[in-house]
Structure formats: structure tokens, C-alpha cells
Ligand binder design. Structure first.
Ligand code: SAT
Ligand code: MN
Length: 594
């Protein structure tokens, strides 16, 4: 398939190491896909779903110990420990290679090794970066075919070049004690063993498109961010693009595919989806920042996805989709999950994500309800399935960004929306992001942790340098995006969400766009510019009053004084790598709160 000697050497080296029975090069042809699917069906690795109701769709279960990213087993193996920074786990490259080689030596005996050539970004575009993933999992091959652009054309683009990311994956024995996800930024290498879960093994996603790419971007003058990209079309046909950074499982996919409320659609507003998880950002024409979505599909959280919360996502899953860890109805060969807002399937052929017989309301010995789908169960769907996919999705130059939105899941502190005073302050706002943890990563759910730019688990180098890089990127363009912070998750004293969220988030996007166009003014507060309550359009919103709006636009001084203390403590982590600009911004915040 290629004569590139670097590729051939790489494949040969790991063929010797893993000792597979066969090596299969992936060309992503329909015949090959069909053959691999049939093989995986034969071993039970995947189940074919109903060809009429869910054409081309497959079902898969991961090992019950292997259902989310494992941040405590994820390492940045930079040559110098200092470059890994205080927010990542570090292992010396030589030590990491040795350890992972020992654990995985001969791991593919009796198995096939697949060689997947893939591109992040449209093949041949100025943004594109190429990778080769080796894996012993057909599930990984089939997912990569959806999530990335898998094609032998990658070899044509590569020519003789050594400039590709080497992804090495083996399930080995799915031993969680020996599970490692290692990134070697200086070597362009990712080495992942003993897992079969998406975020740990679809190496094009977090490992490459964020951890390795953020490092590449730092060196090469661009940015890899954990951001959705969407376009807002106004009644006059003009489209404004915004990007948004939110931690995993905070509604990025929902926001990216938002359907505006009737009062907006009637006037002719539309929202177009460019990406739901990752944005690569570069300086482009008109001295603006431009963004592309390097992925080719969506790896979305299933629970809670329904025709009301996200019809575009649900429609995207109706063909060519792989469902992982949801409920299987083996009688109809269909799937179900909590919050789909359809009656749960019944009968003796319904199985939960662990493969056990299941019915809605089933309880364990202690009387706790057993969920049918894992809270982090996922769908892998082709982006082109999405009814709201933007016509610019394939644009090799990307889309110009008018605004950047940061957001987290905060019960109290952050107001519904505020705008930073300028780029520097905006970088500060991103750096102080905090959010309650979710099921997307192993560990405790619901504790507040700092998650700058939603990149805490994904930044491939020292976060102090990362902040500096953000500050520098702002200097490269004259027409900088305006920077905002949103919080859809403020709760009342009973713990209920106050803001309706979902499609109604359009009302906040509308204010953001009007700010970008200088059409509306704002109130200056200690933390930045807030909307005047009357400037958030509440038309057609039932059961929501302007007084409720006022409560979620409130900036409570005492809460923010505490917040500033937490930031001070969090910032000490970064030592002298913390840019002075951010120290200054923190001082301004404290001064403003006096
Ligand atoms: O599991 S993934 O990392 O692919 C998705 C996520 O956590 O955002
Ligand atoms: Mn994500």
C-alpha cells in the first residue's frame, strides 16, 4: 500500500513486537468493511442491528472495567519532566517504552494486527495531520472509519515524509492494573494498552487531536482545543461562527446541534454544526482566527439524548452508527438508553450494558435501581448523517471565528453568561474554568475541579506554557474573537436547574452575536460584562420569568471572593510558568471585588 520507509519500518517493528498471526492494511473499502464486520459478528465482538430500523448499525459492549477514559493512567512522556507540567502524569519516555513493551510483548499472538492510515482534517487541507494506528481490535477499526478519514490517500499525501503520528494500540488482556495511555509529544507517538474504550483507543481523538496536536500547535503556531464549532445563520443569510469549550459530558454535542426555539426559527434563524468536540484553530485571512473540526464523526454520550434534547444527534444515530454500552433488545435488534424518552423495551430478550437480562426498574440486592445503559455509553455516528451539518464542514480553510465561549457545570458561582473585557481577560476567564466532574472519566462524579479551557485532561505540555500560547495567539490577529463564559447549570435551593437550557441556549447565543456586532450594550461587573436582563430575549419562553433570569445573572461577591481564593491556590501549581498577564488579571479581579 505504501513504499514510505518510515511507515514500513514502524509496521515491521511492531509486527515483531506484538507477533500477530496476520497483518491487515486497512483501505476502508466497502468490501473490507463488510468482511471485518462479519468477522466481528462471528466472534460476538459486535452485533448487527435491525437492517430496516437501524441500517448499517452495530452494537458493542466494552469490558465492565473499561467504560471511560482513565486519567490516572494517562501519561505525557516528554523528555524533560518540566515540559509535562503539574497537571499531567509524567513518565520518562525510555521508562514508558520499556514498561509498555514488557506488558504487551507478543500480545497479538493468535490475533490480527490492523494498520489504519488516517487523517485528522480533510486530506490535503492545510490543517490536516496524518496518523497510522496499529490495533488488534476490529471495533477500533470500524470506529476509526467513522471518526476519522481512513484512506490509503494518506500515503499519497505523506510521500516519503516521516511526519505522521504513530498510534500503537493493543487490548492485551484488558487488565486495568496494566492499562496505560501514553503520549510521547516529541516522538509523535501514542502507545495505549489494556483498554478497548473509545477515548483510550480511538487514538485520533483525544490522544492525537488534543494531546499530541496541542503540543504541535504550540511548536508550530496554531491551537488544538477541546471545542465545538457552530454557525449561527441570521435571517439575512449571514452566518457567524463560534467555538465553545466545555468539559466532557457538559452538553457540547447538544449545543453544537442546537435547534433554536420557534420564535427564532420563524424569523429564519438556523444553527449549523461544524464540530462537537475538537477544534483546530489557525490564523487565516482578514486577520481572523479560523477553525476546522479535524474529526469525521461524533462520539456522543447516549443517555439523555432524545427527540427533544437533541433531535439532530438522535437522527444522526439512525444509520451507520456503532452503539457502545447501551441497552440491547435482541428480539427487535434495536437499542435503548435512559432518557431516550421512549418506553423501555420489555421481554426476556432485553439486555443491559453488561449483557445481563434487564427490565426497567430492576434493582440489585440492596434495592438500588440498575441502569440499563452505562452513564457514559456512546454512539459513534458519521458527521454527514447530521441534519444540521454545516456546508463548511469540509472547507479546507475552516470557518472564521467571531466568538469563543467557555463553560462549565457550576451550581452557583458563574452567571448564565458574561463577556470578558478583552483577549487577555478572556484567557484569564478560560484559565479559571471549573466544573463538576461527570461520568466521562473514571472517578468521583460531581466534585468541582479546575479545568482550564476544558483542557485539563488533554493538554500535551505544561499548562503555564499553554496559557502563554493562548496569550500569544491573540497577538497574531487583529480581528480577535470576543471571549465569553456561560453556565447552563445554575440550580435553585432544591437543586433544580433554573435555566431551561438546550434549544433555549439560542437566547444566550443571540446576545453573544449581538455583542459581536456591537448592537447591544452591557453592564460592567467585577468579573466582566453582563447582559442587561431585558436584553436576553425571553419571548415565547413559558414558565420562566425575568426574576428567575435575574437570579442566574447575579454575581455574588462573597462567592467570587472565595472563587478568587481558589484561583490563587490553583495558580500556585504553575509556579513561574504562570504568565504575568494572568497574575495581573487575578489582581484586577480581587481589586474589583473590594
Ligand atoms: O471518551 S472520549 O474522551 O472520547 C469523550 C470525552 O470524554 O469527551
Ligand atoms: Mn470531549
Amino acid at each position: 500500500m505504501t513504499t514510505n520507509k518510515h511507515v514500513l519500518e514502524f509496521v515491521e517493528k511492531y509486527t515483531k513486537h506484538f507477533q500477530p498471526d496476520n497483518v491487515v492494511w486497512i483501505d476502508a473499502s466497502e468490501e473490507q468493511k463488510e468482511e471485518l464486520t462479519n468477522q466481528a459478528v462471528a466472534t460476538g465482538e459486535v452485533i448487527k442491528l435491525d437492517s430496516k430500523l437501524l441500517p448499517g448499525c452495530l452494537y458493542h459492549r466494552t469490558h465492565p472495567n473499561d467504560v471511560a477514559r482513565v486519567e490516572h493512567r494517562t501519561f505525557i512522556c516528554s523528555r524533560d519532566k518540566e515540559n509535562c507540567g503539574p497537571t499531567n502524569n509524567w513518565m520518562a519516555p525510555s521508562e514508558a517504552y520499556k514498561l509498555l513493551d514488557e506488558i504487551s510483548y507478543g500480545a497479538m499472538k493468535g490475533r490480527t494486527m490492523y494498520v489504519i492510515p488516517f487523517s485528522m482534517g480533510k486530506i490535503g487541507s492545510p490543517f490536516a495531520k496524518y496518523g497510522i494506528e496499529l490495533t488488534d481490535s476490529i471495533y477500533v477499526v470500524l470506529n476509526m472509519m467513522i471518526m476519522t478519514r481512513v484512506s490509503p490517500k494518506v500515503f499519497d499525501e505523506l510521500g516519503d515524509s516521516d511526519d505522521f503520528v504513530r498510534g500503537i494500540h493493543s487490548k492485551v488482556e484488558l487488565d486495568e492494573e496494566k492499562r496505560y495511555i501514553c503520549q510521547f509529544p516529541e516522538d509523535n507517538v501514542i502507545y495505549s494498552i489494556n483498554s478497548g474504550y473509545g477515548g483510550n483507543v480511538l487514538l485520533g481523538k483525544k490522544c492525537f487531536a488534543l494531546r499530541i496536536a496541542s503540543y504541535q500547535g504550540w511548536k508550530e503556531g496554531w491551537m488544538a482545543e477541546h471545542m465545538l464549532i457552530l454557525g449561527i445563520e441570521k435571517p439575512n443569510g449571514e452566518i457567524r461562527y463560534v467555538t465553545g469549550a466545555f468539559p466532557s459530558a457538559c452538553g457540547k454535542t447538544n449545543l453544537a446541534m442546537l435547534i433554536p426555539p420557534k420564535v427564532y426559527t420563524e424569523k429564519g434563524y438556523k444553527v449549523w454544526t461544524v464540530g462537537d468536540d475538537i477544534a483546530w484553530i489557525r490564523k487565516g485571512k482578514d486577520s481572523m482566527l479560523y477553525a476546522v473540526n479535524p474529526e469525521n464523526g461524533f462520539f456522543g454520550v447516549a443517555p439523555g439524548t432524545n427527540m427533544k434534547s437533541n433531535p439532530n444527534a438522535l437522527i444522526s444515530t439512525q444509520k451507520g452508527t456503532i452503539f457502545t454500552n447501551v441497552v440491547l433488545d435482541a428480539k427487535t435488534n434495536t437499542v435503548w438508553w435512559e432518557g431516550i424518552k421512549e418506553p423501555a423495551p420489555t421481554g426476556d430478550k432485553v439486555f443491559d450494558w453488561k449483557g445481563n437480562p434487564w427490565f426497567e426498574g430492576k434493582t440489585d440486592e440492596k434495592g438500588n435501581v440498575i441502569k440499563g445503559a452505562h452513564p457514559n455509553s456512546r454512539f459513534t455516528s458519521p458527521a454527514i448523517n447530521c441534519p444540521s451539518i454545516s456546508s463548511e464542514f469540509e472547507n479546507p480553510s475552516g470557518v472564521p471565528i467571531s466568538a469563543i465561549i467557555f463553560g462549565g457545570r457550576r451550581a452557583k458561582a458563574a452567571p448564565l453568561v458574561y463577556q470578558s473585557r478583552d483577549w487577555e481577560h478572556g484567557v484569564f476567564v478560560g484559565s479559571i474554568m471549573a466544573s463538576e466532574t461527570t461520568a466521562a472519566a473514571a472517578g468521583k462524579v460531581g466534585v468541582v475541579r479546575h479545568d482550564p479551557m476544558a483542557m485539563l485532561p488533554f493538554c500535551g505540555y505544561h499548562m503555564g506554557d499553554y496559557f502563554k500560547h493562548w496569550l500569544d495567539m491573540g497577538k497574531t490577529v487583529e480581528n480577535k474573537p470576543l471571549i465569553f463564559n456561560v453556565n447552563w447549570f445554575r440550580t435553585d435551593d432544591e437543586g433544580n436547574f433554573i435555566w431551561p437550557g438546550f434549544g433555549d441556549n439560542m437566547r444566550v447565543l443571540d446576545w453573544i452575536i449581538r455583542r459581536c456586532e456591537g448592537e447591544v450594550d452591557a453592564v460592567e461587573t467585577p468579573i466582566g460584562f453582563l447582559p442587561k436582563p431585558e436584553d436576553i430575549n425571553l419571548e415565547g419562553l413559558e414558565d420562566f420569568t425575568i426574576d428567575q433570569l435575574k437570579t442566574i445573572l447575579d454575581v455574588d461577591k462573597d462567592t467570587w471572593i472565595k472563587e478568587a481564593e481558589n484561583i490563587t491556590e490553583f495558580y500556585t501549581k504553575f509556579g513561574d510558568k504562570l504568565p504575568n498577564e494572568l497574575v495581573k488579571q487575578l489582581e484586577i479581579l480581587k481589586e474589583n471585588l473590594k
